[in-house]
Design a protein. Sequence first.
Length: 247
Amino acid sequence: MHTTRLVLIFSVICLTVMPWFASAQTIPEEARRHMDRGQAAIEMAKTDADLEDAVREFQKAIELAPTWPDPYYNLGMVQSKMDRLNDAIRNLTRYLQLTPQSRDAPQVRQLINRIEYKKEKTEKERMDPNSLVGIWVPEDPFYRFEIRNNNGIVEGGLRAYEFTEERGLSRRPRFVPIQWDGRSLVISPTWYFYCDKSVQMDCCPTNASLSLTMIAKDTLKGTIRVEPNKKWNPAGLTDEYVWKRVK
């Protein structure tokens, strides 16, 4: 009985059905069904986000047939394309554990070496706070924050959306050095301005902080906290958003 697997090479996705190796095990039909569905999901994918469906299908195939090598290979290759490098390495390594004598084992080992190198370079770049420089906005563009390099110091500052003359005004952010460990970002204490015409200007600014986590390329998720202000918001303010870098 022959099994099938997907050949996926980094930025180029190719779906190839071939007799790769003979297997004596019996593969449940439901596992094969999820493999087919995963391959179809890849054929239909237009963006990396669309590959999530393929990941789920291959994971279901693994749950149903945990010693079947092919889903591990397919899953690892898709995750490599999505820059989920740790997951890719783990699943391709599992594939080799299940098929140590397969004729493609040397090529898969070479591929793991390449992904490991990419992972090391990516992690080094991600640790650099300059990788965050730009303007970040949430799905609700009421806020935005900016990260800049100021004479070698990477700083961040928050500002509300630019208001019209009728509604009120926002001012320049207070830039402070950011705290960044490659995954978590803290900007504190910065200033929050929301000076509507109905309140006195001495209500502004109010201290605020941002605590965010990188969840994808150019995407942060986390909380903005504004300290209580007796004139316009005695309870303070806490909101959670997904922030995208726009430039």
